[in-house]
Design a protein around this ligand. Structure first.
Ligand code: SAM
Length: 183
């Protein structure tokens, strides 16, 4: 297995890792597809894990963009330190502490790989509330999941929620794109 340590971390703490392997290139590309490259962006990443999404974001976005990533697993935090990119700040902190580190209404995109279905309801509500607070009015929340069970919850926090799907991942995944604005 390419990322054997990912599998090992999943076995140690499946409830927080939420998957036994890192996301496929096809899923990652679909998740970061909406990010424009022509202007600097302020991005928050939630649950970067081994950094597959982080690298795709950094490869795609404008050179003056900033990415702040929140990851609770210390093994993944250590791996993320190997990404040498001045645009990236990795915080060894839970996403539920987002507003301790990020100013309100300053973020263009929140990109989340968090296993929402496995996170206790109160904690995920805190994370979604704080994501809503840090996003600019025209910002977007991007999230992939393996089931649609949190669609209703996302609708409580965002005015527009659209869903796409990819078979090219194990397991196949849904990708949400959520906006605060109604247009
Ligand atoms: C499904 S893995 C995604 C990893 C990688 N982004 C990918 O797509 O393969 C979920 C990640 O979220 C992290 N995580 C879970 N709960 C978290 C929380 N409350 N705050 C920050 N990270 C969390 C886990 O440690 C894990 O690295």
């Amino acid at each position: 297995m390419k990322n054997w340590y990912f599998f090992r971390e999943a076995m140690k703490s499946f409830r927080t890792t939420g998957s036994i392997t890192s996301s496929s290139k096809a899923l990652v590309n679909k998740l970061v597809e909406p990010l424009p490259a022509h202007r600097p962006l302020v991005i928050v990443e939630l649950g970067p894990g081994d950094g597959c999404v982080t690298r795709a974001i950094l490869d795609k976005v404008h050179p003056e963009s900033k990415v702040t990533a929140f990851e609770i697993n210390p093994v993944f935090v250590e791996k993320l330190a190997s990404i040498k990119d001045e645009r990236l700040r990795v915080l060894p902190t839970g996403a539920e502490r987002l507003t301790d580190y990020v100013e309100p209404a300053t973020v263009d995109y929140v990109v989340s790989s968090l296993p929402l279905s496995m996170i206790p309801k109160g904690v995920k509500e805190t994370i979604l509330k704080q994501s809503q607070l840090v996003l600019r009015p025209d910002g977007r929340y991007l999230q992939f999941q393996y089931a649609l069970q949190d669609y209703g919850l996302l609708k409580d926090y965002f005015n527009r929620v659209s869903v796409s799907f990819t078979m090219a991942n194990l397991p196949p995944a849904f990708i949400y794109s959520c906006s605060l604005s109604i247009v």
